[in-house]
Design a protein around this ligand. Structure first.
Ligand code: F0G
Length: 426
């Protein structure tokens, strides 16, 4: 096997056949590929030649890049298949953001409606490879939906820990429907995260949060696929929402590896965007990452309602590698940006809109230039959180003004009522 687990803090190495998520020193682990032997073996042409392949593994937008993900036997792979998500241009959103060369990659188009599927196909494949019978995660909703689906596909028992009453309805529905044992923890995500780590250690269950380095290997493919869709032209900025910091970590590692392998010649800058009420990473950034901050998190974007992100150190490294930064946006800015993305015909869930709101804020601050090439990652599907969407349009979101409300109109079943309702609309 030409990869190993390596601690990013102390450099200790472990076999990938060992079940472990962190180093003995407490540091986070990376899946380390042998980049020297991969140099010359992987190329843009190799990945391009796999486009359009209808069979697994290359029909998957994750396993198309398998040398840089997890070079296991094809037969071992558990795949829906995932990835192959669209890259959108929208003149309306470009105008609104003030960026001419704007691209939105919609990770909500994955099989369970979020980018988590890209990590889960790899995590569940590894779980099966290790001979595990049960898998678990703590989640604000999307990871649990994804884990439930992939575990069902692989025939593994799934246990999900979610903060009671704090996850969007579409996501809860998915966990129940795919058959996961759903534990609603009386506490927030951070409490659920702590609990699932204990439970996995004590009860012999395989942990599939993004603490697990194999998850991040799959999520790197967002970057690989986006660059391939951009004909390998590197954007100036990649903007993404940040919660538990798995994606921020994965993106930095993907870019680092591509650069080392000569598949790209320069680094884009990463901009990680947090909600103002759930901004521990932003606070650490303001302090030059001297200190790891924690907060009690509150935001309308429940997916990123996280106060103590587990991948902190890996995410700091990503920003150092890419000359990146962290921004924060208010719930009002998030929901207004979401309304714009939705009304452009694209649609996303609130956490995804944080990235769009963050990009706008960075343009307004003169940090992102109008002529720069900007890639924004939309992480989850519009239908994940219908409640937040409908409440926004009905003006029912506490403390928020729906600047782009599209109110429904109730009418009698008569043509006159239709005419009256449509006055000024046609
Ligand atoms: N966007 C969405 C839609 C998410 O579900 C998440 C995280 C993020 C952004 C943030 O990504 O954690 O890698 O920084 N959701 C996790 C979950 C925490 O449990 O579904 P991150």
């Amino acid at each position: 096997m030409d990869f190993k687990l390596k601690c990013m803090a102390c450099g200790a190495e472990y076999s990938p056949q060992e079940i472990r998520y962190t180093c003995d020193c407490g540091g986070l682990l990376d899946v380390e590929h042998d980049l020297d032997s991969l140099r010359g073996q992987v190329s843009r042409e190799l990945f391009d030649s796999r486009l359009g392949d209808l069979a697994l593994p290359y029909a998957s937008g994750v396993w198309r890049y398998r040398e840089l993900i997890l070079p296991l036997d094809e037969g071992a792979i558990v795949s829906r298949p995932e990835g192959n998500t669209n890259l959108y241009r929208s003149p309306r959103l470009s105008d609104w953001l003030g960026v001419d060369d704007l691209h939105l990659k919609h990770e909500g188009e994955n099989p369970t409606g979020s980018f988590k599927d890209r990590g889960m196909t790899v995590g569940v494949t590894q779980a099966r490879f290790l001979g595990c019978q049960a898998v678990a995660c703590a989640s604000t909703g999307n990871t649990s939906a994804s884990l439930a689906a992939y575990a069902a596909l692989a025939g593994l028992a799934a246990i999900v820990f979610v903060p009671q009453g704090q996850i969007a309805f579409g996501k809860l529905a998915q966990a129940l429907a795919y058959g996961a044992k759903t534990l609603q923890v009386r506490g927030d995500f951070d409490a659920a995260m702590k609990l699932v780590r204990q439970a996995c250690d004590e009860l012999g269950i395989y942990l599939l949060n993004s603490l697990n380095p194999f998850r991040l290997e799959g999520q790197k493919s967002i970057i690989f696929e986006a660059l391939q869709q951009l004909s390998w032209e590197v954007p100036d900025w990649i903007v993404l929402p940040a919660g538990n910091l798995g994606n921020t970590s994965a993106f930095g590692k993907a870019l680092y590896e591509l650069k080392e392998l000569g598949l790209i010649s320069r680094m884009p800058r990463l901009a990680a965007v947090q909600a103002q009420g759930a901004n521990p990473f932003y606070r650490s950034f303001l302090g030059g990452f001297q200190q790891r901050e924690r907060v009690e998190a509150h935001t309308v974007a429940t997916a990123i309602r996280i106060g103590a992100p587990v991948s902190y150190a890996r995410a700091v490294r990503s920003l150092r590698w890419t000359g990146g930064l962290v921004a924060e946006v208010s719930d009002q800015q998030i929901m207004d940006a979401k309304a714009r993305v939705d009304a452009a015909g694209i649609g996303c869930e609130p956490a995804s809109a944080a990235a769009v709101a963050g990009a706008k804020k960075l343009v307004e601050a003169g940090i992102i230039g109008r002529k720069e090439k900007v890639l924004v990652i939309l992480t989850g599907h519009l239908l994940k959180d219908p409640q937040a969407t409908v409440d926004y349009h009905l003006g029912k979101l506490a403390g928020l003004t729906p600047s782009h409300a599209n109110r429904p109109v109730t009418i009698e079943p008569t043509l006159e009522a239709v005419q009256e309702a449509l006055e000024g609309s046609l």
